[in-house]
Every structure is written in structure tokens, then in C-alpha cells.
Design a binder for this molecule. Structure first.
Ligand code: MG
Length: 243
């Protein structure tokens, strides 16, 4: 789907770049915990008419609406589960049912941070020659909490928790920090939030797909603009071949 430009394929290692790095499902596991919680929720709902796929589809709809109103994060996710439950069962959620649903969300919050393979070593190597910024979206407190627990805080010159990662958000980020866009890369697993909007804003990008990327982040990958570059890598450690 994506070809590596010849100049980069010839073992050219770039120096002095600005690397904006996504967090969830790029540095550490995240979506698998949500998938497990959703599977438990669907089993608990045990709908007599709708299939598991139909319940999931409805939950996705609830999530889109909740996120538009309340943003990303665990509180939003819990709200979506409750709404989905109410709408599909056509009955109010009792205190007991509410407690069960909250427990599905809490199982996610209780997870230890599980770094993806090679992440710490790669960040250690990259920061020798580049400036690294963590650029994530979601609830600021939850995301900063994960960063502190990850042990990766030391590698970054700065962190940004954005409400949404769209083209304008990248323009604003570049303006605010005075980044030179030809030397700036967005690195992440989500075409919708990391790769396409960053390239639309005139940045380079490195796409590192994750097998379990959240369905709301799915999108096909666009082409980079003008002389900008797009890399597609099999894993995080492959960044060391290019930077
Ligand atoms: Mg991500």
C-alpha cells in the first residue's frame, strides 16, 4: 500500500528531526483492554434478538455520539456502555446493573502499562539525535498518568494531550512550537488520527499498524503532500533504520 521513497531505502539515516509520537497502541497496548471489556459487556447484555455484531455496531454508534459530546477517555466509555445497555434493553439501568457496567470500565483502568516490543530501547536511541514529543489524545489526566507509569517520560522533550487529532490540531501544534514541518514526523498506529491529518497539515509520517487498532480509528492511508515522506513500518524498533 505504501512504498518507501528510494532515498530512505538506501540506508539513509535522518538526523535532527522532530518526532511526534502517538501513545496508545504505538508505545503501549491499549485497545486490547477495551476489546476485552466490550466482549464481557456483550456477554453480560446477552441480547435475545440482536447478534453480538449488532450490539457491537450499536455500541460504536453510542461511542461516536458520546465522544463528540464528552471527548475521549474512560468516563466517556462508561457512559457509552450505559447508553447502549439502556437503548438495547429498553429499560433503565438498575444500581446493580450499573455497578456491573462500571466494573467493565474499571478492569481497563486497573491494567498495568504493557510496552510494545522494543519501545524503550528505540526511544533511548532516537533521542540521541532527535527531539521527541509525545502527542496523544484523550483525557489529559488519564494519559499523563499512563505516561508516568510507563517509565518513558524521560525520553520526551514535551507532551501534548489533544482533545482531537485532526488537521487543524496539527497546524496549531506546529505553529505553537515553531516546528519546521519538513523535518517533523508524526509516528503512530492510526491512519485517522496520526497519519492522514498530520500529512494534510504538511508533515511527514511514519505509520506503524497495530493488529488491534480501534475500529473508530480505521481509515485508508492517504498519500503524502509534495516532497513529504510516508514510511510504513512493521514495528516500533524499525524506526531505528531511518532515524
Ligand atoms: Mg494510537
Amino acid at each position: 500500500m505504501v512504498s518507501i521513497p528510494a532515498a530512505l531505502a538506501a540506508n539513509e539515516r535522518l538526523r535532527d528531526q522532530i518526532l511526534l509520537i502517538d501513545a496508545d497502541d504505538t508505545l503501549w497496548e491499549n485497545n486490547i483492554y477495551f476489546e476485552r471489556a466490550i466482549a464481557s459487556f456483550i456477554s453480560y447484555l446477552d441480547h435475545r434478538v440482536h447478534t453480538r455484531e449488532e450490539v457491537r455496531e450499536h455500541l460504536n454508534t453510542c461511542e461516536r455520539l458520546t465522544i463528540a459530546e464528552h471527548g475521549y477517555g474512560l468516563q466517556s466509555f462508561r457512559r457509552s456502555l450505559v447508553t447502549c445497555f439502556e437503548q438495547l434493553t429498553d429499560s433503565p439501568v438498575t444500581a446493580e446493573k450499573h455497578a456491573r457496567i462500571v466494573a467493565f470500565t474499571e478492569s481497563i483502568a486497573a491494567q498495568e502499562i504493557e510496552l510494545l516490543p522494543g519501545v524503550a530501547e528505540t526511544l533511548e536511541a532516537l533521542r540521541q539525535n532527535h527531539r521527541l514529543f509525545l502527542v496523544t489524545k484523550g483525557d489529559p489526566e488519564e494519559q499523563m498518568d499512563k505516561l508516568h507509569h510507563s517509565g518513558l517520560f524521560q525520553f520526551f522533550s514535551g507532551t501534548e494531550v489533544l482533545a482531537e487529532k485532526h488537521e487543524e490540531a496539527y497546524h496549531e501544534l506546529v505553529r505553537r512550537h515553531g516546528f519546521a514541518s519538513e523535518r517533523t514526523w508524526m509516528i503512530g498506529n492510526s491512519p485517522r488520527s496520526d497519519i492522514n491529518p498530520a500529512m494534510a497539515a504538511g508533515l511527514n509520517a511514519a505509520f506503524i499498524p497495530h493488529d488491534f487498532t480501534w475500529v473508530l480509528e480505521h481509515e485508508s492511508v492517504d498519500r503524502p503532500k509534495g516532497s513529504r515522506r510516508l514510511l510504513e513500518l512493521a514495528n516500533f524498533a524499525e524506526l531505528m533504520n531511518h532515524f
